[in-house]
Design a protein around this ligand. Structure first.
Ligand SMILES: *Cc1c(COP(=O)(O)O)cnc(C)c1O
Length: 323
C-alpha cells in the first residue's frame, strides 16, 4: 500500500509543475449549511483538475526510472489532458486514445498540449487495451488514471495541502471515481491524524464504490454513463485503491443528479467559480445534509473545472435567492 512517505516524495517530485491551489472560504455556503465550509480549489489547478498531480508523479518516474520513450493513456477527459501536458513538458511523446464520439473541445485541449490523438471505440473497455497495445509496440508506458501507486501518491498531495492550509479541520468531503484521489487523501489524513473524518461522495448513478464497500469486494455496476458527473463514471473501484478505501474511509454518501446540478449552479452563481459536475458532488453532499457537519470545519474538494461550455445551459438550474 502507498505510505505517507511516498506522498511526501511525490510532492517534492511534482512541485515545479503543479500549483498549490487556494483554499476558499464560502460565507454563503457556511451560513446555509451551519458549518464552516472551505473549498479546496483544484478547479484552478494546471490543466483544470487534480489529475495533473498523479500524472506528473507517474510520468516523471516512467521516464527517469523505467526509460519510457513514449507514454499512452486512454481518456478524453481530465486524465488525458494531464498526461498530454506533462509528457510535453518532459519532452516525452504521448498518444492519447479517445472515443470516436469525443467532443471536439476535449480533443483540441489534448492537441494543444501536443498530445497525439487516436480515435478508438466508444467504451473504456475498448480504449484501455488499445492504449496498452500501443505502449507495448513502441517501448512506451501506459499511464492508468487511478490504479497505480505513483498516481495515488500524486493525488495524495492534495491531502498534505489541506492540512497545511487549515488548522483543526473536522471533515473532508472528496469525490470518488476510481478512487485515486480519495485513496491518496485518506493515506495522508489517516496516517497523520485519524480523528479527521474523510467522507467519499458518488453520484447515485455511479455508485460502484458504495456497492463494493457494502459487499466487501470490488463490484462492477452498469449505467454509470447516466450521471452528468463525467469524472465519476467509472464502473468499479481499482484493485489498489479499493483496499485503501475499505481500510480508511469513514463513510460514503450518494447524491442525485438534481442535487449535483443545484450545487454546481450555486457555486457558479454565488461564488463565481467555474466547476465541473464531479466537483459539485462534494458541495451537494454538504448542502443537502448527506453528512452531519453542524458547527464543524469542513473542506469540500473541488476536483476540477473543465466544463463543456456548449452544454452548460442545459446543466444549470435556478437557485433560490439567485438572480
Ligand atoms: C478523475 C476525477 C475525479 C475522480 O477521481 P478518482 O481518482 O478517479 O476517484 C473526480 N473529479 C474530477 C474532476 C476528475 O477528473
Amino acid at each position: 500500500m502507498v505510505q505517507l512517505e511516498d506522498i511526501l516524495r511525490a510532492r517534492t517530485r511534482i512541485s515545479s509543475t503543479v500549483k498549490v491551489t487556494p483554499m476558499m472560504k464560502s460565507h454563503q455556503l457556511s451560513e446555509r449549511v451551519g458549518a464552516q465550509i472551505f473549498l479546496k480549489s483544484e478547479h484552478l489547478q494546471k490543466t483544470g483538475s487534480f489529475k495533473i498531480r498523479g500524472a506528473t508523479n507517474r510520468v516523471i518516474q516512467a521516464k527517469d526510472d523505467e526509460g519510457a520513450k513514449f507514454v499512452t493513456a486512454a481518456s478524453s477527459g481530465n486524465h488525458g489532458q494531464a498526461v498530454a501536458y506533462i509528457a510535453n513538458q518532459l519532452e516525452v511523446p504521448a498518444k492519447i486514445v479517445v472515443p470516436t464520439d469525443a467532443t471536439t473541445s476535449k480533443v483540441n485541449a489534448i492537441k494543444e498540449y501536443r498530445g497525439l490523438v487516436e480515435f478508438y471505440g466508444t467504451t473504456s473497455a475498448e480504449r484501455i487495451p488499445r492504449a496498452k497495445e500501443l505502449a507495448d509496440e513502441l517501448d512506451g508506458v501506459y499511464i492508468p488514471p487511478y490504479d497505480h501507486p505513483h498516481i495515488i501518491a500524486g493525488q495524495g498531495t492534495v491531502g498534505l495541502e489541506i492540512l497545511e492550509q487549515i488548522d483543526d479541520v473536522d471533515t473532508i468531503i472528496v469525490p470518488v471515481g476510481g478512487g485515486g484521489l480519495s485513496a491518496g487523501i485518506l493515506t495522508v489524513i489517516k496516517e497523520k491524524n485519524p480523528d479527521i473524518r474523510v467522507i467519499g461522495v458518488e453520484p447515485e448513478a455511479g455508485n460502484d464504490t458504495a456497492v463494493s464497500l457494502d459487499r466487501g469486494k470490488i463490484t462492477a455496476v452498469d449505467g454509470t454513463d447516466q450521471t452528468i458527473a463525467d469524472g465519476l463514471r467509472t464502473t468499479q473501484p481499482g484493485d489498489l485503491t479499493f483496499p485503501i478505501l475499505q481500510k480508511y474511509m469513514d463513510e460514503l454518501v450518494l447524491v442525485n443528479e438534481d442535487e449535483i446540478r443545484y450545487a454546481m449552479s450555486f457555486v457558479m452563481e454565488r461564488m463565481k467559480q467555474m466547476v465541473e459536475p464531479s466537483s459539485a458532488t462534494t458541495v451537494a453532499a454538504a448542502m443537502f445534509g448527506k453528512v452531519h457537519v453542524a458547527d464543524e470545519k469542513v473542506v469540500c474538494v473541488l476536483s476540477g473545472g473543465n466544463v463543456d461550455l456548449g452544454k452548460l445551459g442545459q446543466t444549470l438550474v435556478k437557485t433560490e435567492g439567485g438572480s
